[in-house]
Design a protein around this ligand. Sequence first.
Ligand SMILES: N[C@@H](CCC(=O)N[C@@H](CS)C(=O)NCC(=O)O)C(=O)O
Length: 201
Amino acid sequence: MKLYYAPAACSQAPHIAAREAGLPIELAKVEFPSKRTADGESLYDVNPKGAVPTLKLDDGDVLTENAVLLQYIADRAPDSAIAVPASGAERYHFLEWLNFIATELHKGFGPLWNPATPEEFKQATREALGKKFDYLQERIGDGPYILGDRFSILDAYAFPVLNWTRFHGIDIARWPGLAAYLQRIAARPAVQETLRAEGLV
Ligand SMILES: N[C@@H](CCC(=O)N[C@@H](CS)C(=O)NCC(=O)O)C(=O)O
């Protein structure tokens, strides 16, 4: 499978998940704002939504949407530690987390990425995100991960998103529990490999 990604973007989530699952992954770096790869391929030709992550499967099929890619990757490695709970309340609480990260945390940053957003609205966005961070910190506690002892695709997704705080004038030190959580994830060998492959360390 081939992952269209941009360094430090939300595409880092499936990138980490694939490495954690031990699945081979080909990388295609997409330059912004041209949205082209180094060999001139347009992202729009692969994904008309023009967003990363985009995953081209070995049979040519294309999957988009982070929460879906993460489940796809976890399902490819059912015996790995990152497997998604198969059934029952555990599964629905897992999906509840995945949806929270996608729609509240990930998309909660949206206005901060938009250069047209007025500063006043950006400040309101930072405050709204702060409330979600309070909740997340409280729920993770000493973790070490969102599900407790088990690292999962939830952590693979929360990691790049929480790291965006450094681009948007939010001091993660206000949430010492989250700062420690990010350090624990960053220390994982597969995450270090991911950061190296994206040229970030
Ligand atoms: N709904 C998509 C959104 C993905 C997304 O926000 N991707 C960003 C990078 S983190 C992007 O490619 N933005 C470029 C654009 O939308 O023009 C998902 O969950 O995967």
